[in-house]
Design a protein around this ligand. Structure first.
Ligand SMILES: [Zn+2]
Length: 174
C-alpha cells in the first residue's frame, strides 16, 4: 500500500513538471525554420481557378504567374526601375520585395538579394529544362515569380531573379 502511494506521488510530481518543459522550449522553436513554415500554413491562402485569374490578370501576367512562364530579358517594366517602394504580388497584393534590396544584376530581370520579409515567398526545387533550379513563389497565392540563385551580392549571396510581370510597384509615399 505504502509503495503504491509512493508511486502515485511520483507520478503526480512528474505530471506537475510537464507543463513547464514545453513552455520553456517554445521561444527556441520560434526561431526554427519549422515554425516559419507553420506560420505560412496558418496564413490564409488565396486560391482561384484559372478562369478567375484570367479575369484579373493580363495575358502576359497570366502566362508568367499561373503558367510559370518567363518574360524575355530586358523586356519587363521593372528591370531598370530605380524608384523606391515595395514590390507587391500582382495576383494577391502581398508585399514580396523592397526596392532597398534591388540591385542591377545585368541579367535583364529585376533582381533582389532578399525578400521583403521572412515567409513572403516560398522556394521549391524545379528540375524542368534539364537543370536544377529553385523556383520562387508568392507564399500567399502560389504565383510563380521567378528563381533564386546563389550568385548574388552580400550579405546574403542570393539573387532572386524575378519576372516584372509578377510584380506591381507601390511607390513609397513621401
Ligand atoms: Zn500572391
Amino acid at each position: 500500500m505504502f509503495q503504491n502511494m509512493s508511486k502515485a506521488a511520483e507520478a503526480h510530481g512528474f505530471l506537475g513538471l510537464i507543463p513547464v518543459v514545453p513552455l520553456a522550449r517554445i521561444p527556441r522553436l520560434c526561431h526554427s525554420r519549422g515554425l516559419q513554415t507553420g506560420k505560412a500554413a496558418l496564413m490564409e491562402k488565396i486560391k482561384k481557378t484559372d478562369a478567375e485569374w484570367r479575369e484579373v490578370l493580363t495575358p502576359g501576367q497570366f502566362e508568367v504567374c499561373r503558367e510559370k512562364g518567363t518574360e524575355r530579358p530586358f523586356s519587363g517594366e521593372y528591370d531598370g526601375c530605380k524608384e523606391t517602394g515595395v514590390y507587391v504580388c500582382v495576383c494577391c497584393g502581398q508585399a514580396l520585395f523592397s526596392s532597398s534590396h534591388k540591385f542591377d544584376s545585368g541579367t535583364g530581370w529585376p533582381s533582389f538579394w532578399k525578400p521583403a520579409a521572412d515567409g513572403a515567398v516560398d522556394e521549391k526545387s524545379d528540375v524542368s529544362l534539364f537543370s536544377a533550379r529553385t523556383e520562387v513563389l508568392c507564399s500567399r497565392c502560389d504565383s510563380h515569380l521567378g528563381h533564386v540563385f546563389d550568385d548574388g551580392p552580400q550579405p546574403t549571396g542570393l539573387r532572386y531573379c524575378i519576372n516584372s510581370a509578377s510584380l506591381k510597384l507601390e511607390p513609397e509615399k513621401g
